[in-house]
Design a protein around this ligand. Sequence first.
Ligand SMILES: *Cc1c(COP(=O)(O)O)cnc(C)c1O
Length: 369
Amino acid sequence: MSEKPIYVTQPFLPPLEEFIPYLEKIWDNKILTNGGPMHQQLEQALCDYLGVEHVALFNNGTIALLTALQALRVTGEVITTPYSFVATAHSLLWNGIKPIFVDIDPNTLNLDPKKVEAAITPQTTAIMPVHCYGNPCDVEAIQRIADNYNLRIIYDAAHAFGVKDAGGSVLRHGDLSVLSFHATKVFNTFEGGAIICPDAKTKKRIEQLKNFGFVDEVTVVAPGINGKMSEVNAAFGLLQLQHMEQAFARRESIASAYRQGLEGVPGVSVVADAGQTVSNYSYFPILIEPDYPLGRDELYEKMKCSNVFARRYFYPLISEFPMYRGMKSAQRENLPVASKISEKVLCLPIYPALEDDAVQKIISIIKAA
Ligand SMILES: *Cc1c(COP(=O)(O)O)cnc(C)c1O
């Protein structure tokens, strides 16, 4: 077959000719980075678009996570989920912090607040939950625990761009939230990320940390890093922001076609939303149950043979990688739900340019087994 491969995602690219005026502007300005005009405009535009107070842009989501931990001076042990992209726990290790893995809730696939308390020790200083697939965590239960034990909360919100609950943006919860604008995410700047923070003082500290710790030409107040987003990346974000409503609408219609097409297929269940009022349709995870005729990996291989490249997000669990698996909290007995889900999950292709006949083809492959 010579059909084009269908990947789990495809970067969202507005028409090239629309980007040229932004580049011309950068050439006129002759400012390429260090908080130039595009950077300033994108921070403001994102505050308005997302409905949050302060946004600090970064060159990627992982550096933003590292910096968020530094900004709050997090040390010791941090409670987190094994069911995420590996950067979540890596950001802890890079800060010399010990990740403590806690199991996930079988419905939301997010950190299970009921299991958090038992993992708290005198060394625990923070919780780093993930709004997995853009499904909000149980933010109230997590906040109650943090208040009781005097812990900070940093949300890895890499999947949660544009997601809202009844009170507004999910990014307002916790002490800080971190976004990723990587090419594969719903909103991208090629590479990029951001920290959402509630107050100007914290934003100021974050701005120092992302620029080597400089506060002025001759004063360095912290061992900072280079986390700055360039003007070209910021300009691309400004352009992309103009197209988000269209992109979300297309994602929503793909998600609804999948739901309809897969309804009643024995052994296939769709992961439910977790109470958000606005979703971003960033992923379309399904679970392959024991009564499906094929195993999850067999279906994954079968789809590949038809040039459809679904992904097993998140398999393996973070806790199974070599730098984590020796830890006590990484043992499978401690993580029964996450272990089981990671063996059943398959994320189906979803992105604005995915065509209806491709969606139908994917549904037929799943149904044909
Ligand atoms: C993508 C992602 C990151 C890392 O973001 P980058 O911008 O690629 O560095 C971190 N956490 C989660 C959950 C992600 O999906």
